[in-house]
Design a protein around this ligand. Structure first.
Ligand code: OAD
Length: 264
């Protein structure tokens, strides 16, 4: 037994992951911090600390100030498209290859999981890289000029404004995605919860649902959160540091178990 509590927690996490058939990983804004993107609720840099979410993440806010909301999201789009996947994103893409069934359920609207190489990613809150009409929901590809305009482009079919395909407060999550995420939540043996405060419904309830259905919860976060109390393993630190450590140890355990099978 190691006397470093962190190493013990890491070993427990690796053992749970190694013996799991189905793993779900719930991610939030924290996993993109080491790519240079701010979270929502950081007391200094958080998006919702610096702007009013009522204005920038609601139908009412968009209708009242379409230009302000559009410019804010396009600034975020530019930041997110310049950002690069960090070591945490890359570790999760590797994990998908190392275990039997692995799905990321993300609240993030960036595409850093996909750019790191993850193939099974459910975007609960939509994507800042897609656009749709606010009225008829028709989807659009936009040019750089349209994205840099001071007002959102208009839908030529119904003359409503086009908006980022992101779920705002009081809007429904995409049904098919939510159903798949709930299925993964109920069926997983292990749920990794990385970089989320766990305070936004319904994603914030997924760890509870997973736990009620028998899964072990492994939290990766520098801070304690709403999830910490139910976590079987809490790994305190940035996901860009902790997730690569998990992968490195998991590879050792897999190598040892393969060597054990070959010599027995
Ligand atoms: P929050 O801002 O609520 O929480 C971010 C979490 O990341 C916090 O728990 C931090 O402690 C943690 N964190 C900070 N740095 C980290 C690091 N380097 N590694 C790992 N974790 C770190 O963001 P979310 O939980 O993603 O919804 O917020 C959920 C939803 O609230 C968002 O999807 C967004 C927002 O309203 C919509 O826009 C629809």
């Amino acid at each position: 037994m190691n006397h470093d509590p962190m190493q013990n927690e890491l070993a427990r996490a690796v053992s749970l992951i190694h013996s799991a058939e189905n793993i779900a990983c719930l991610t939030g804004a924290g996993v993109s911090v080491e790519s240079g993107l701010a979270t929502f609720r950081d007391t200094r840099t958080g998006a919702w600390t610096n702007v009013d979410p009522e204005k920038y993440a609601s139908q009412k806010g968009f209708v009242a100030s379409p230009g302000d909301v559009w410019r804010w999201y396009m600034k975020r789009y530019n930041e997110m498209s310049r950002a690069q996947p960090n070591a945490g994103h890359i570790a999760l893409a590797e994990l998908e290859i190392l275990v039997p069934n692995f799905t990321i359920v993300t609240q993030n609207v960036d595409d850093l999981h996909e750019r790191a190489g993850s193939r099974y990613v459910l975007h609960l809150h939509g994507s800042i890289c897609r656009y749709r009409c606010n009225g008829c929901r028709r989807t659009y590809d936009l040019s750089v000029e349209e994205r840099s305009a001071s007002l959102p482009p208009m839908c030529p079919r119904c003359f409503d404004f086009i908006r980022p395909d992101i779920v705002w407060f009081e809007e429904h999550l995409p049904t098919g995605i939510l159903d798949m995420a709930l299925r993964m939540t109920r069926e997983c043996n292990v749920m990794l919860v990385a970089g989320t405060s766990g305070v936004v419904y319904p994603a914030g309830e997924f760890p509870t649902t997973a736990k009620q259905n028998g899964a072990a919860i492994i939290e990766i976060n520098p801070e304690t959160t709403a999830v910490t109390g139910m976590a079987d393993v809490s790994l305190r630190g940035p996901s860009g540091v902790i997730l690569p450590q998990i992968i490195a140890q998991l590879k050792k355990v897999i190598t040892q178990s393969v060597a054990g099978v070959q010599t027995s």
